[in-house]
Design a protein around this ligand. Structure first.
Ligand code: ZN
Length: 342
């Protein structure tokens, strides 16, 4: 969890920092003139995008989405803009390289080479691996709780957090799924879905951290703890999607929720007698070290591997360890409860 938070919140953070500060590339007037020109003609030099031929003039209509032009036309506009930005970026970077200048970021992202139309193939592959890792962890937890551990007389597991971990797995897999999509194609919709899923996961993992660290098991107490957090996270997601995708605000919210749960787990790992507390430590420290990758951001090696991609790589082993901690925790609680019952 801590890992996941840290990761996710760092992922969100990195994108945010990128979007806030590192857009030297798109501030370049030659680049922006190129994009404007391309949106009209569909071409950059000899490169032309077939997505830029609009039958309706390509002007979005105001009003609710169901009254606007068909969705496919909207996709076309997104594709046109994204193709134009891509080709202008490549053209500009070629010129900059000739002039002996270093790569700069465009719209918060380094100049990546596309592969088969995928924007950041390495981040996509690593996000997919993270997704697979979450799925593996979840299935192994499911099997462990349902087939390896004893049940209560009412055929329910002893472990009081089973249901919460199942929900957590769904949030985590959802979040990595949208990360795959977002790194494949960065448009308004995929960006919002990626951000919203990450915030939802962060929020839920914070609730889970509070419930587990303070051993909240009574239904009423759980509802009391969760309700304000659920309300807060829902409001924040609605604000991002329906009002304004405010990167600065989102960064503060994610940072707040991320740091809070990290502290919770770290303090708990320090005071608890939990037999697997070292796994918590590794995840917390590993996550913090991985954060350095996001701070020492560097341009992609050969146009493919940047710091953000490497960071997605580090979350894969941490995810494995995290689910291993969850399994240990279920076993630990089950043994404790059985001992108590005797
Ligand atoms: Zn990412």
């Amino acid at each position: 969890m801590a890992r996941c938070h840290l990761l996710l919140f760092l992922a969100a953070l990195s994108s945010i920092f990128g979007l806030l500060h590192a857009s030297a590339g798109d501030a370049d007037p030659i680049y922006s003139a190129c994009v404007d020109q391309c949106e009209k003609t569909g071409c950059v030099g000899d490169e032309c995008s077939q997505h830029c031929n609009f039958t309706s003039g390509g002007v979005p209509v105001d009003g609710p989405w169901y009254l606007q032009e068909p969705l496919y036309l909207r996709w076309k506009q997104w594709d046109c803009l994204s193709d134009c930005r891509y080709h202008c970026m490549l053209a500009r970077e070629k010129e900059r390289k000739k002039a002996g200048l270093k790569p700069v970021k465009y719209h918060g992202k380094w100049p990546f080479q596309r592969a088969n139309g995928i924007q950041e193939p390495v981040s996509v592959a690593l996000s997919a691996l993270n997704l697979a890792m979450q799925f593996h962890g979840w299935v192994s937890f499911f099997i462990f709780v349902n087939y390896k551990l004893p049940f209560r007389p009412n055929r329910k597991p002893f472990y009081e957090y089973t249901g919460l971990w199942h929900i957590y797995a769904i949030f985590a897999m959802n979040s990595w799924f949208w990360s795959v999509v977002f790194h494949s194609r960065d448009v308004d919709l995929t960006e919002k879905l990626d951000y919203s899923s990450a915030v939802a996961l962060l929020g839920f993992s914070l609730i889970l951290a509070v419930l587990r660290v303070f051993s909240v098991t009574a239904e009423a107490a759980r509802v009391m703890v969760s309700a304000p957090l659920v309300a807060f996270v829902t409001t924040h997601i609605l604000y991002l999607n329906c009002y304004q995708l405010d990167y600065g605000l989102n960064m503060k919210v994610c940072l707040g929720m991320g740091i809070l749960q990290l502290i919770l787990w770290a303090v708990w790992a320090g005071v608890t007698r939990h037999p697997s507390r070292w796994k918590l430590w590794v995840v917390v420290i590993g996550g913090a070290l991985a954060a350095l990758l996001e701070i020492y951001d560097f341009p992609p090696y050969r146009g493919f591997v940047d710091a953000h991609a490497l960071w997605h790589a580090t979350t894969i082993p941490l995810t494995y360890l995290w689910w291993s901690f969850v399994r240990d925790d279920s076993e630990f609680r089950t043994t404790t409860l059985i001992k108590k019952a005797k």
